[in-house]
Design a protein around this ligand. Structure first.
Ligand code: PLP
Length: 413
């Protein structure tokens, strides 16, 4: 906001000014933040919305008869249709507030999964899933006797779509797929995949954690049954996220957590559960998180996700070209359709050393397995360095990264 209380940064390139943390310096150097795939920084509007909530609006929801609680409940419930609009969902009833993508996937695996899977059934995933969309299915399969089937990745980090289609079949009950890979940046053809999965009668879940910050998502045209994303990766608070589900499926699923707010009536003998979506929101929800998420989605709407996507696409191409000039650097993930992520290794330098030495220059990147150990194994590395983009990054950030990498490479030569 400027001194007149007006939003600044509706112009591409001016967005950066909306993020106070980016003005910090580290070791007397301006911060170059290139770890938005881990979490995004927050615009002032989100910070203000959360502060205002706790300063002026705080009350528990769905239970008070007094005005303050009614207001908080109305504010909370008003975010459901906003989220529905943001992801192109037909209505608010399919929007469930969860802690994040991880909880959303666990909810589906535990409720839909336990009720619907058994011996002879298959869950099809891709070889590039984040652990959040792998471990719940793997453990569910162990418990139910179903089988988890994994489609391979090609050398450039694309999904082997032909193999995926071959693995899809009448036994596939669930096809769970990552929309954009956090380790490789690959954008998967999820619309095509969902249509193919539907044709064999499979239910589909799309992990949109790395898609929602970078592109407009429309669950209606994707045709999926479940879609998840995390608030903190779309410039909102931590501890809040969204599971969107097709209402008919949600209605057929047993609840996940049990307790207050998810009931209509309780006796010692019997409980009648509340209707969807409340059936899946037991206990006091993260009201401030929902309010902050609302501000974040409004911010992204203001920026315009089509403009964000075009801007980041240009940055990604620029960064890819710059890193391509560094001798001994190998990109991990070069699929033709990518978003937001530059993963790489440099001959003779451990990615963790790269991370530490870049930090000394005020540059924050991620080094490690990125919660995708099978992806690392597929590419024959223990870890990669990953620079990931947000709408506030500039070409200068990528130039600083390339300059830093050149200098570090020289130290190890
Ligand atoms: N899926 C993907 C693709 C991710 O990148 C992440 C986080 O990095 C997650 C799931 C898990 O998100 P969260 O930790 O916010 O639940």
């Amino acid at each position: 906001m400027n001194g007149l209380g007006q939003r600044v940064g509706t112009d591409v390139g001016a967005w950066r000014a909306d993020f106070p943390l980016l003005a910090r310096t580290f070791r007397d150097k301006p911060l170059v933040y290139l770890d938005s795939a881990a979490t995004t920084q927050k615009p002032q509007t989100v910070i203000d919305a959360v502060t205002r909530f706790y300063s002026w609006e705080n009350a528990n929801v769905h239970r008070g008869v007094y005005k303050l609680s009614e207001e908080a409940s109305a504010r909370y419930e008003a975010v459901r249709p906003q989220v529905a609009r943001f992801i192109g969902a037909p209505g608010p009833r399919g929007v469930i507030f969860v802690r994040g993508a991880t909880e959303g996937i666990n909810l589906v695996a535990s409720t839909w999964g336990r009720a619907n899977l058994g011996p002879g059934d298959e869950v099809l995933i891709t070889g590039m899933e984040h652990h959040a969309n792998l471990v719940p299915w793997q453990q569910l399969c162990k418990q139910t006797g179903a089988r988890m089937v994994v489609a391979p990745i090609l050398d450039d980090g694309s999904l082997d779509l032909d193999a995926w289609l071959t693995l899809l079949g009448p036994r596939t009950r669930m096809a769970a797929m990552i929309h954009v890979s956090n380790a490789l940046g690959t954008v998967n053809p999820v619309q095509h995949m969902v249509a193919a999965a539907k044709a064999v009668g499979a239910v589909t879940l799309v992990d949109g954690s790395q898609a929602a910050p970078h592109m407009a998502v429309d669950v209606t045209s994707l045709g999926c049954d479940f879609y998840v994303f995390s608030g903190h990766k779309v410039y909102g608070p931590t501890g809040i996220g969204v599971l969107w589900g097709r209402e008919s499926l949600l209605e057929s699923m047993p609840p996940y957590h049990l307790g207050g707010d998810m009931i209509l009536s309780v006796t010692f003998e019997e409980t009648i559960f509340n209707e969807v979506p409340h059936k899946f929101e037991a206990g006091t929800p993260h009201v401030a998180g929902v309010i902050g998420l609302s501000a974040a989605l409004a911010y992204l709407d203001d920026c315009g996700l089509a403009r964000v996507q075009a801007y980041e696409h240009d940055l990604l191409a620029y960064g890819t070209a710059l890193l391509g000039e560094i001798p001994g650097l190998r990109m991990v993930g070069t699929a033709p359709d990518k978003a937001g992520v530059l993963g790489f290794v440099i001959d003779g330098v451990h990615p963790h050393d790269l991370g530490t030495l870049l930090d000394a220059r005020g540059i924050a990147i991620r080094a490690g397995h990125h919660c995708a150990q099978p992806v690392m194994k597929r590419f024959g590395v223990a870890a990669t360095a990953r620079a990931s983009l947000g709408l506030y990054n500039r070409r200068e950030d990528l130039e600083a990264l390339a300059e830093g990498l050149m200098a570090i490479r020289g130290m190890f030569a």
